[in-house]
Every structure is written in structure tokens, then in C-alpha cells.
Design a protein. Structure first.
Lengths: 618, 350
């Protein structure tokens, strides 16, 4: 018998759960990942789910890493294979030296013949059947039993699980004992039969401080509450639904009038995305803060209205929780592929402000900022989140709010200001050079400030015109406003040591990019920039100009951010090497390191002496 | 159309009880074709708002795209207007209404706007019973693109292009009834005696009020072969009788001989008096209203007048239980939960 490699690590592993959708595995898997978090060890969990309610395969990938790397690493060390449909594939995907955990109530078929992994059989079905008679209970507790077994195998403090169960069922206390019993069944079986088999451990640390675990969508919904949004129109589509659910949940917690029980919010499920954004435009025009959330297909449908809001200059807050396109694409997989369709949504010359959050806290903050920007700039602002950020729980710093923060409602004239005007007011007249005119809200003043909002060409006084010069003046002024936007949007985050090589990334690529950079920087000097918004501030062009090679990390096929950069800035496109992931899964650090290292080897940048022998052409 | 409208108004010209002169309800000069039915509807809107003593700036007039949707420029110049996107007036009005329940929402649309591209939004704004007046200026054709049939063009009807429509028409009143509108009426732009009281009733109605106004297109659809032309419509009207609108708390100056009329009381106490021949069916019955439309249709006639009225109609805000204060008037203090609750919220996320 040959010696089998054994993966061995403390607080550094990737565990993949292979489950059947709708089998109740999600809460068991969350129980596990939350236990890691509560042990003070950084954790990230990704739900890889089908477009299905029941029956299709679903995976849950938990990365445990005490260095705080929260992106996908690549590779699986420990497979919890409890889905017969995918079991063989799951078996094949396990890393050599890894651990294959399976339900040993049935013998593994002969085709499971790898000799480089460790088998851990726990007869989940037999244990469940001998302890529970109700079929539903059997299914639920079978999941809890494997969590209990993991607690033993990974040497985790059992009390953390007990405490989690107690918190989880604080309102249904009679469920506490049977759940703990199920955990114990798994734990005891593993202890008896698999002592000292698994060399992966998760031990208590105090690395998480005051951090929280939150989904980006929940944070964005909460952000909308804090930003003072009162009107939401929306149409169901994966993966945005939980934004609205969170908005409603937090509104019901914080926005119900104590006396009357009535709501300080209006949420309407629209007939389609067109109506959803129409409602937002109507409400914003009428002085409320309003928003909608959607995904790529919705952005396509909203395009006509986005053009109206751009041209008629109406604030719009839109959240695009991107998924894999085109068309229906892979609706439950992630991507960053709506940049171009969102940035230039609608016919004619249009451009929209985009914000790129990288974690839930930023989803919250950029939502609040987005409302301020939309009001200040009187234009659509689109929060470019994605399925990974929106629907997965991410570890991040706690949500904060400064009570001194005052909403920026932008240039809105009230009754008194209208009375005090000494010159003729023009809705589309730029009086102070920032490209942003003053607006009025319907019903403000009996005599002054009324105007006609239209998507047809208009002059400075909102009158319909077919005078090409008046039209051109308006369109040119919108570019002045665009320049103003560049000074107001969140600046890119730059980490520079004046190296030759630069890496650019944005959104959820940040997790893996930071990890990849740490690895690459052991051998190379590399600067980094995280883009947070479109239009680009001056710092973005400056960063690119300061480097001879730029690696641009994106999660789409067509290098959409590169297109925006090349289109909007005067930069040399030839220095940009795109590093693109399009498989619908969150980009991994392993992929980034491999790709970038490959290019660096090709370019021999890391060792100029070799440049001649290896050639320098990309 | 008139190219010059005299600005002069007699200094002692009539002002309404709110102190506004009729001029304060007027808008810019119409650019529609001379004789367009839509201009008559604009005039009826102006007169209705004047008579009801409405503050012009407390009205929001919202439209889609098309000839009809241009008209809000031609009335209520002191009101904010919004000429939105083709077929999407209902959603913009919905958002506006959600933001501020205290304005009067006057939605203007056309048959192309409502019966074709915007049929979905038409249906859903009714289903939600948005508190608004929805007027369709219905001429059976696409005027701005030079006279193509719309979805309300009757089968067999031919406009200036001379080709009869081969498809059945959509009856927006029937749809509105089916979808739950609180008030449904059909009028003819050429009959302002009927149109004005109905617009007033629609304004006073709580929830959704729908008026389909047949409004001939003089340029493209006023041929003898068209069922939306002046001649054909005049010859085929079956009016449900004269209607008077009586505002609440106003002395009733008209004598109604006993049994000659009956009153429909609106949400705010104002009344509609319908003359006798309108009495023969239950106005609050959707079934009766449907029957009546169909019965008149079988005679190749057009039923006009108040077709349906639900005295107990509610509206979207009531259904979703918003506070009495307009949402756009709530301050940051009333909306932002502040930092205090975040400690607990963050703790729940650990």
C-alpha cells in the first residue's frame, strides 16, 4: 500500500457540501459556517444553487481561513457528499489527500476507486431511521447529524453548536433538545469510528472582532431604509428579491407609525420591470426617495425609462444584482456582465453613474451614497452588486451610521426660495456652472415653479423645442454635469508602491484579488487599484498612466470595465491585460495567481535580465 | 386650431370660489389639428377644474406619448406636468401618487398608449385602484404616425387609409370594469354637457376613475367609413341621459321633479344627478354595466354616460396602509432609524 497524502491544517480549509435542493440542508450548512465564525475564525460561505425549488443539486462551499481570505480559494479539501445525483462528480473533484464524507448506509460502488483520498463513512440514513419516524424530521435531522459529525472530525468546540441551536430556536424552545441530540448522534458516531482520521482542524481564535455576517442584499435593503427611501416598485427576479424583502422587513421594524400602525413606506410589486422603474421615476419626480432593484434582464427592460430619467433629469436609485447573462443565462450564478448595458442604458447619448460595492457594508453605504448622488445629480445611479455579494452571507465590518449625516436632497427650490427668486427660473438652466439646474417638486408653489417634464427635447425653461441649438446646449450641459459627477462619486482605492505593474479590480473580485496580490507580491512588486464608481475620477487615469502593465480582473467575457476605461479615458489599451472569469462562479485566488503569473512569465517582467530569452510580447 | 388666443380677459370676469379665474386653469396654445376632439376634452378639463375650485398647482397631469398625451401642455399651466414614455403613464402616476397622496392625479392617455403598448400598465393601475382620473382620448388611430389603426378601431371600420380593420376592437370600458375600476364612463368629445359633469364626478371619486372619451381624429379617422368619426359617433350615440354634477354643500338650484332623476353620492358628499332614462339599471352592478355595454353594442350603437359607479371604492394607499402624511413630506427624523438600533442589529448578525 502506498502512502496516502493527508491534508493537514488548522483554520485553513475548504469544505464543500453537496446537497439536494429543498432538502433543508441550507439551515444545517449555515449552522456550520456560523459556528466557524463564532469560534472567531474568518469564514466565507457560498451557496451554489440551481434555478429550481426542489430536487436539483445544490452546493454550499465554506472556506475557513485564519488569514482572513474570504474569496474562493479553488479546490476542495473536505467533501460532504450527501447528494446521490452528484456524488461521483463530487468524489472526483476532491483534492488528493482530502476527505470524502458520505452516507455509509449503502456501500460505495466500485467506481469509487480513488486511492489518494480518505473516506469517512457515517451511516446517516441508518442513524436517522433508527431515531426518528417522521419523514420530515428524518430529512432535517439527517442534515444536523452530519454537522455534528463534522464538529468532531474538525475538532470544533461542541458548545458553539449548542449555543447556536439555543439562539436559533429561542422562540421555539422545544426544538432545542432534539436538535442538540441530532448533533450529538453525529458527533458520537464520528468519535467512535473515525478517531484521528481528519487532520483538518478548526480551533477557536479571536480574529473576527466586531465583524458581522450579512448578505449584500440585506445590507442594500437596510441602506435604503437609512437613506429615507419611501417608495419601492419592483418585479421579482433572481437574485434581487431579497433586497426588497430586507427593505420591507426593516421598514416593518422601523417605519411603522406606533399610534396608527400605518406605514411610512410604500412597496408595490409591479407588473414588470418597466412599471417598477416608472414608479420610481414618478415618485422621485414628486419629491420622495424611491428605488427599485433588478438584475440584467430587468436593466434591459428599464432602458427606455433610464433614458427618460437621464434626459429629463430625474433622480433614480437602481440596484442591479448581476447574474450570468446573456438572456436568461445562468440565472442562479454570478457575473459582472451588465457594466456596459447599465453604463450606457438607453438609446441616444446616455451615461449613468455606477457604484461598485465589494462587501455588504459597502452595499449599505453605497446605497445611502447612491440616493444622495441621484438627488444631487438628478440622474439615475445604479448600484452594481452581483449574485455572489447579494445572496451569500459575507463577513464584514459592522454597519455604521453617523447621526449627524444629513441627506443631500440636491438642488430643490422650496416655496420661499421660489418667492425670493430675482431672475426667471429655468428648470434646465445651469446657473452655477456645475451642470446641475434647480428643480421644483409638484405642489410647492401656487404660481411659480410649475413646469412640464418631458423626454422630448426642451430648452432651458423646459419648453418643448425642436431648435437643434437648444437641444445641443442641453446635451452639452449634461456633459458638464457628468464632469461634476466625477468629483462626487467614491474615489478608487489605491495601494501603490510605485511599481511597474498594476492590478485593477472591482466589486466582488476584491476578495480573491487581495489574496492573489499577497501571493504574487512575494515575488513581484505590484500596485493595486479598486474601482468604486463610474464615471472615473482623475485618480483612475493617473493610476493607469503610472504603470507599464495593467492586469484588469473582471467576471465577464468581454472585458467590460476595460471597454469603459478605454472609452472614457485617454489611455493606451495595449497595456491592459484582462484576467477574466466567466464560469458563473465567484472568481478564485488560485485562478488569478495562475493567470497573472503566466502573463508575468511571458513578459518576464519579474526578471528583466531574462526578457530577451523569453520574449516580451503579450 | 386657433393660432392667436387673445390674452385679454375682462377685469370683472368670473372668478370661482377659490378666487381663480378660468385663465389660471388654461395652458399653452394647442398645436393639435384644427377640430381635433382632444382640444374639446382639454376645454372640458379646464372647465371642470374651474367649477370645482381646485387649486391648479395641487394637480399633477401625467401622460404617455401620442397626440392625446400632448394635451396636458394645453391645460392647467400652473400644474406640474409629465409627458412620460409611450404606454407608461400609469406607472409614473403610480409612483407620483405613492410619493404624495395629496395631489389630484390626472392621467391622460390615448388608445395606442393604453390599449396597445401600455395595456399591461393600464390593467395593473386599475387593479391597484390608484386614486386618479384616467382619461383616454380615443380616436381609434395613431395620429402622430399618420393614421394606422389602433387596437380600439372597430372591426370593419376604415379611416383615411381606406383599409377596414380586420381585428376586433378592445373595449377599454369593459376592461376597466373587469379590472375593478371604481368609476367607469364613456363620453364623446363633442358632448361637453355630458363630459364636464363626468370629469367632475371622476375627480371626486376616491380610487380609480376611468373615462373613455371618443375623440375623433379629424385628419386620419373622420371618414364616413370610420366608427370613430364625428358623423358616425353622433348618429350612433346612446346616451344614458343628461347628468348634472352637484358639489357638496352647494345649494341645489335645479329643480328635479320627483321621480325624474336620481342621485349618485360620491365619496366627498357631492352628487351626480342622472336623468330618468339612466335609472333603469343598477349603476353599482358590474354585471349590469357589462350587459348594458353589450346590449347597446349589439344595436351597433355606442353607450355613453356614467356606466358604473362603486360608492365604496377604496384606493392603493388604503390597501397598503400608508400613513396619512404624504410620504414625500416625511422628514429624515421620521424615516431614518439612526445609529441607536444598529448595535442590536449588528449583534443579531454575529
Amino acid at each position: 500500500m502506498t502512502h496516502i497524502k493527508t491534508l493537514s491544517a488548522t483554520n485553513d480549509c475548504v469544505i464543500r457540501f453537496a446537497n439536494v435542493n429543498g432538502s433543508g440542508s441550507a439551515s444545517a450548512n449555515n449552522l456550520f459556517s456560523k459556528a466557524v465564525f463564532r469560534l472567531g475564525v474568518p469564514v466565507s460561505a457560498k451557496n451554489i444553487f440551481p434555478s429550481n425549488i426542489q430536487g436539483l443539486p445544490t452546493w454550499f462551499e465554506v472556506r475557513v481561513n485564519e488569514h482572513g481570505y474570504l474569496g474562493r480559494r479553488g479546490g476542495y479539501d473536505f467533501m460532504v457528499a450527501v447528494n446521490g445525483q452528484t456524488m461521483h462528480k463530487d468524489y472526483q473533484e476532491l483534492l488528493p489527500g482530502g476527505y470524502f464524507f458520505y452516507d455509509s448506509s449503502k456501500r460505495l460502488p466500485d467506481s469509487y476507486d480513488r486511492s489518494d483520498i480518505h473516506l469517512i463513512g457515517v451511516p446517516l440514513t441508518d442513524i436517522t431511521n433508527s431515531h426518528y419516524s417522521d419523514p420530515r424530521q428524518r430529512q432535517i435531522f439527517k442534515n444536523i447529524i452530519y454537522v455534528g459529525a463534522l464538529a468532531y472530525l474538525l475538532d470544533m468546540d461542541f458548545s458553539v453548536f449548542e449555543d447556536s441551536i439555543k439562539t436559533m430556536f429561542a422562540k421555539k424552545t422545544k426544538l432545542i433538545a432534539p436538535n442538540i441530540q441530532a448533533l450529538r448522534l453525529g458527533f458520537d458516531y464520528a468519535e467512535e469510528h473515525h478517531r484521528d482520521v481528519c487532520q483538518l482542524n478548526i480551533h477557536r481564535r479571536d480574529l473576527n472582532g466586531d465583524q458581522i455576517l450579512m448578505e449584500g442584499n440585506a445590507a442594500a435593503g437596510l441602506g435604503a431604509v437609512y437613506a429615507g427611501a419611501t417608495v419601492a416598485g419592483w418585479y421579482p427576479i433572481t437574485p434581487l428579491t431579497s433586497v426588497i424583502e430586507a427593505f420591507e422587513r426593516y421598514c416593518r421594524a422601523y417605519r411603522v407609525d406606533q399610534k396608527s400602525g400605518r406605514h411610512k413606506f410604500a412597496i408595490l410589486q409591479a407588473e414588470d420591470e418597466l412599471a417598477a422603474i416608472g414608479m420610481v421615476i414618478g415618485a422621485s419626480w414628486n419629491g420622495a426617495r424611491a428605488f427599485t432593484a433588478t438584475s440584467g434582464p430587468g436593466v434591459s427592460l428599464m432602458s427606455e425609462f433610464l433614458g427618460l430619467a437621464y434626459f429629463a433629469e430625474i433622480p433614480v436609485m437602481l440596484m442591479d444584482i448581476q447574474r450570468t447573462g446573456p438572456s436568461t443565462g445562468m440565472p442562479t450564478r454570478t457575473q459582472q456582465s451588465d457594466l456596459i448595458s447599465a453604463a450606457y442604458a438607453s438609446h441616444g447619448d446616455t451615461k449613468h453613474v455606477l457604484l461598485f460595492p465589494s462587501n455588504p457594508k459597502e452595499c449599505f453605504e453605497m446605497t445611502v451614497t447612491g440616493f444622495d448622488l441621484a438627488d444631487r445629480l438628478q440622474t439615475p445611479v445604479i448600484l452594481m452588486s452581483d449574485l455572489d455579494l447579494g445572496m451569500n452571507v459575507h463577513q464584514c465590518d459592522p454597519i455604521e451610521w453617523d447621526d449627524n449625516r444629513v441627506y443631500d436632497r440636491g438642488k430643490v427650490l422650496d416655496e420661499q426660495q421660489l418667492n425670493d427668486l430675482s431672475e426667471r427660473w429655468g428648470r434646465y438652466l445651469d446657473v452655477d456652472g456645475d451642470g446641475i439646474p434647480y428643480r421644483t417638486i409638484p405642489g410647492t408653489h401656487p404660481e411659480k415653479g410649475a413646469f412640464f417634464t418631458r423626454g422630448s427635447s426642451h430648452d432651458e425653461y423646459a419648453a418643448y423645442t425642436e431648435d437643434g441649438m437648444a437641444y445641443a446646449r442641453g446635451m452639452t450641459r449634461l456633459l458638464v454635469k457628468w464632469d461634476t459627477a466625477k468629483t462626487l462619486v467614491p474615489a478608487a482605492e489605491i495601494d501603490s508602491a510605485k511599481a511597474d505593474i498594476g492590478v485593477i479590480y472591482y466589486g466582488t473580485s476584491a476578495y480573491s484579488a487581495q489574496e492573489a496580490l499577497d501571493q504574487l507580491r512575494r515575488h513581484h512588486s505590484i500596485d493595486a487599484m479598486r474601482i468604486k464608481a463610474f464615471p472615473f475620477g482623475e485618480e483612475v487615469a493617473a493610476f493607469i498612466e503610472q504603470h507599464s502593465i495593467i492586469f484588469l480582473i473582471e467576471q465577464n467575457r468581454d472585458a467590460q470595465m476595460k471597454t469603459l476605461l478605454v472609452n472614457e479615458l485617454t489611455i493606451d489599451p495595449n497595456i491592459i491585460i484582462s484576467v477574466l472569469n466567466i464560469d458563473g462562479m465567484p472568481i478564485t485566488a488560485e485562478f488569478l495567481v495562475t493567470e497573472i503569473q503566466y502573463h508575468l512569465d511571458q513578459l518576464a517582467v519579474h526578471n528583466p535580465d531574462n526578457q530577451q530569452s523569453t520574449g516580451g510580447a503579450a | 386650431m386657433t393660432y392667436v388666443r387673445p390674452n385679454f380677459r375682462h377685469p370683472e370676469s368670473h372668478r370661482n370660489a377659490a378666487g381663480y379665474s378660468i385663465k389660471q386653469y388654461e395652458g399653452a396654445l394647442s398645436t393639435l389639428c384644427a377640430g381635433c376632439g382632444h382640444d374639446s376634452i382639454s376645454a372640458a378639463i379646464i372647465k371642470s377644474c374651474f367649477d370645482l375650485n381646485l387649486a391648479p398647482h395641487k394637480i399633477a397631469k401625467i401622460s404617455g406619448i401620442g397626440c392625446s398625451s400632448k394635451t396636458p401642455t394645453y391645460f392647467l399651466g400652473k400644474a406640474h406636468g409629465f409627458n412620460s414614455v409611450h404606454g407608461r403613464m400609469p406607472s409614473v402616476t403610480t409612483g407620483a401618487n405613492m410619493a404624495n397622496k395629496d395631489l389630484l392625479y390626472l392621467g391622460v392617455s390615448g388608445d395606442g398608449d393604453s390599449a396597445s403598448i401600455g395595456l399591461g400598465q393600464f390593467a395593473h393601475v386599475i387593479r391597484r385602484q390608484l386614486n386618479m382620473v384616467y382619461i383616454v382620448m380615443n380616436n381609434g388611430c395613431y395620429g402622430l404616425t399618420k393614421g394606422q389603426d389602433s387596437a380600439t378601431a372597430d372591426q370593419g371600420s376604415a379611416g383615411k387609409r381606406g383599409v377596414a380593420s380586420v381585428f376586433d376592437s378592445i373595449d377599454l370600458c369593459q376592461m376597466a370594469l373587469q379590472l375593478g375600476a371604481g368609476l367607469v364612463a364613456r363620453c364623446f368629445s363633442g358632448d361637453k354637457k355630458q363630459l364636464i359633469p363626468i370629469i367632475k364626478a371622476a375627480i371626486k371619486q376616491r380610487g380609480f376613475a376611468f373615462i373613455d372619451v371618443i375623440s375623433p381624429c379629424v385628419t386620419f379617422n373622420n371618414t364616413p367609413t370610420s366608427t370613430k368619426g364625428y358623423e358616425w359617433v353622433r348618429d350612433h350615440l346612446e346616451a344614458s341621459g343628461t347628468i348634472d354634477f352637484i358639489p357638496d354643500k352647494t345649494e341645489i338650484t335645479v329643480d328635479y321633479p320627483p321621480g325624474s332623476s336620481r342621485a349618485v353620492t360620491l365619496h366627498d358628499g357631492s352628487q351626480l344627478h342622472l336623468q330618468k332614462n339612466a335609472q333603469d339599471y343598477d349603476l353599482a352592478s358590474r354585471k349590469a354595466a357589462m350587459n348594458r355595454i353589450e346590449t347597446v353594442k349589439e344595436k351597433h350603437k355606442i353607450l355613453t354616460g356614467l356606466i358604473y359607479h362603486n360608492p365604496d371604492a377604496t384606493d392603493t394607499h388604503e390597501k397598503i396602509q400608508t400613513v396619512d402624511t404624504a410620504l414625500n413630506a416625511l422628514s429624515q427624523d421620521q424615516l431614518c432609524p439612526g445609529s441607536e438600533v444598529l448595535a442590536e442589529l449588528n449583534a443579531q448578525l454575529r
